[in-house]
Design a protein around this ligand. Structure first.
Ligand SMILES: [Zn+2]
Length: 62
């Protein structure tokens, strides 16, 4: 595995969170997918469920 690819995966794992998934209907590990918007200390991101691979919006409060 390439070093930069490994660093990317480690960063993804580092940002993983337990969130409720509507598809799995339970708390599952979600990984960061992309930032949608940043405003007034609120960051809206897309998180991907590692169980069913569906995505959901998630608000991060700084
Ligand atoms: Zn899921």
């Amino acid at each position: 595995m390439e070093p930069d690819e490994l660093a990317f995966l480690e960063e993804m794992l580092g940002s993983a969170e337990l969130l409720d998934c509507v598809t799995c209907q339970e708390d599952t590990l979600h990984v960061y997918e992309e930032v949608i918007s940043v405003a007034d200390g609120l960051t809206e991101v897309i998180m991907r469920c590692t169980s069913c691979m569906s995505t959901r919006p998630h608000l991060v409060i700084d």
